[in-house]
Design a protein around this ligand. Sequence first.
Ligand SMILES: [Zn+2]
Length: 84
Amino acid sequence: MTLTEAELDRLIKDIGLKKPRGGSQRKPIAHGTYKGARQHRYREEPLCEPCRIAENAYQNERYAARRGYLTEEQWQARQAGGSL
Ligand SMILES: [Zn+2]
């Protein structure tokens, strides 16, 4: 099926979308995920609540993973002296 420009315009209006400009349509933000949080930051807009929570969870997980393979002594040494 082929739509004329006018038909396409009407269709876009009907479903409440903004017409993409230059073919570079932005992807919808994946809210509630770390990826979504990064998309917010990339667009320099404040994070929504689900994205903020997801980002926090991601950071905590990374932090926990980092701590996981180091003993407390190794961690302290790394903090104090840089590389082991
Ligand atoms: Zn969001």
